[in-house]
Design a protein around this ligand. Structure first.
Ligand SMILES: O=c1ccn([C@@H]2O[C@H](COP(=O)(O)OP(=O)(O)O[C@H]3O[C@H](CO)[C@@H](O)[C@H](O)[C@H]3O)[C@@H](O)[C@H]2O)c(=O)[nH]1
Length: 468
């Protein structure tokens, strides 16, 4: 028999796409009787809108990413940031663990996010078991896994050729445009490939077949999961506000850890209330993407041409000051739609008047859209997003993908074409909407009592209890 209350230290990068699912994961663990200490960087805590939720069984802790005073997402050098996060993070995590030992607190496991393999190395120094929480699709993990098992050279040599196609175990046939952007020569994330390799190395050092917890649903990605022979991938998602997933906590309608100020939130909901069912286009590009002014103009043109209402998130750090008002069609935009600097996204996606999501395909946005049953028009940018867009269009078939012109711009007419495809009368749109409904059921079923994700989570907690 294990001890009464196992303790987990859960560590997340201070980015919205990491904090959201991690905190939700923490809440789940607490509901299974675990005490969780949620740790992110000082810079993350200081950007939060409000004090993070106070919950019985949950404590908060901070590490330093070397940028305690904050940083500007638009100008920060990501490679330097990641090096500093590792250097300062390892040291401050060590200090924290020494202090907790002095206070008689013993962690039974340290769970860490994607891009933080150094956490596992520190955990090992302290003889604390660690588990990777992969907050992207299992298919993405599988691509990096296959690549570390000998496909890397083939991919790297192949992608130079625009007609390159590759068949990897457990995945659909992938073209150059479907692969994570880190494989494309000249991408600006030099740290990424070596960090991803390090993730695999760290897992390989485990004595038994390590378990990787993935924010997905087994039934969505079973082939990709099976193809990763060396580790056991299990789906524990959707890790999203309870009101829209299992309904156990109907008051929990948001993640509660926004790094951006919500404004016009009530107005936006009232505006949505005034619209017809499935009539509104929701447009958002997550927490990091910055579009060029030219691209914003094209997007605006496309949206106006549909003559449909839209709710468009343009973050303050996503556009230069004054540029929004300087858009050629600013007045028409305000008439036909609503522009907000940040939204309560899952609440918006769950609203009955939302009929389509124009998304950059960050995994959280993509998964939230699947869970809410909203069809997508995908406009992927970097990292896992191109692959997520491929899965949406060709595997789950709940959306269509925008095509860029020769200058790399997605033109207004292309945006209109895809929106009409998804929202209009045609047969393809109907099929897409039907599939979106199906996947909504499938993803929710996993999270309820005795669903696959619920079982996988319970197993993880049981194993933890047995080993401590
Ligand atoms: O107005 C908004 C916009 C976004 N969100 C939330 O912010 C999160 C955004 O996450 P995601 O959609 O994954 O986008 P990014 O912020 O771009 O996430 C980064 O991290 C993800 C997880 O690793 C990757 O999949 C992405 O490619 C990477 O860009 C989601 O939970 C959204 O619900 C809001 O609440 N309001």
């Amino acid at each position: 028999m294990g001890m009464a209350e196992p303790k987990i230290l859960l560590i997340a990068l201070p980015a919205q796409g990491h904090i959201n699912p991690s905190l939700q994961f923490a809440k789940k663990l607490i509901s299974y009787g675990v005490h969780v200490t949620f740790m992110t960087a000082v810079s993350g805590f200081s950007r939060m809108n409000k004090t993070p939720p106070s919950i019985q069984g949950l404590s908060y802790a901070k590490f330093s990413d070397g940028y305690d005073g904050g940083y500007d997402m638009r100008t920060v050098d990501v490679n330097h940031y990641m090096t500093e996060a590792r250097r300062c993070g390892s040291q401050t995590l060590r200090d924290f663990l020494v202090e907790s030992i002095n206070n008689d607190t013993k962690f039974d496991c340290i769970v860490y996010n994607l891009m933080l393999p150094w956490v596992a190395a520190v955990a090992r120094e302290f003889h604390i078991p660690s588990t990777l929480f992969w907050n992207q699709p299992a298919s993405i993990f599988n691509i990096y896994y296959q690549s570390s098992k000998g496909y890397e050279e083939i991919i790297k040599n192949g992608v130079e050729d625009p007609s390159f196609l590759i068949e990897l175990p457990g995945l659909p046939l992938l073209s150059r445009h479907d692969l994570p952007s880190f494989y494309i020569p000249g991408n600006s994330y030099a740290f990424a490939m070596s960090t991803l390799k390090e993730h695999m190395d760290v897992l390989d050092e485990e004595i038994t077949k390590p378990k990787v917890l993935v924010n997905t649903v087994d039934a969505l990605e079973s082939e990709a999961m099976k193809a990763v022979g060396k580790y056991k991938l299990v789906g524990i998602g959707p890790l999203m506000p309870s009101a829209f997933v299992d309904g156990k906590n109907p008051n929990e309608t948001s993640f509660g850890v926004d790094l951006f100020k919500l404004s016009k939130e009530k107005e936006a909901m009232e505006w949505l209330n005034s619209k017809a069912e499935s009539s509104v286009i929701y447009v958002s590009f997550g927490s990091l993407t910055v579009l060029s002014k030219e691209q914003i103009e094209e997007l605006a043109k496309g949206l106006l041409e549909t003559e449909r209402p839209f709710l468009w998130v343009i973050r303050e750090d996503g556009i230069k000051e004054g540029e929004l008002k300087g858009l050629s069609c600013h007045e028409e935009l305000e008439k036909q739609g609503m522009i907000v600097p940040w939204s309560s996204q899952v609440e918006v996606l769950s609203h009955q008047s939302v009929g389509c999501f124009v998304t950059h395909c960050g995994w959280n946005s993509t998964f939230e859209s699947l869970v809410c049953g909203v069809p997508m028009v995908t406009f992927s940018q970097a990292s896992d997003q191109p692959t997520n867009a491929k899965l949406v269009e060709d595997v789950w078939k709940t959306g269509v993908r925008l095509t860029k012109n020769e200058e790399g711009l997605v033109e207004g007419c292309e945006i209109k074409r895809c929106l009409e495809l998804v929202m209009g009368e045609g047969e393809r749109g109907e099929k897409i909407r039907k599939n979106a409904k199906k996947l909504k059921e499938l993803t929710k079923e996993a999270a309820v009592e005795n669903g696959t994700s619920d079982k996988n989570l319970k197993d993880f907690v049981d194993e933890l209890c047995n080993s401590c």
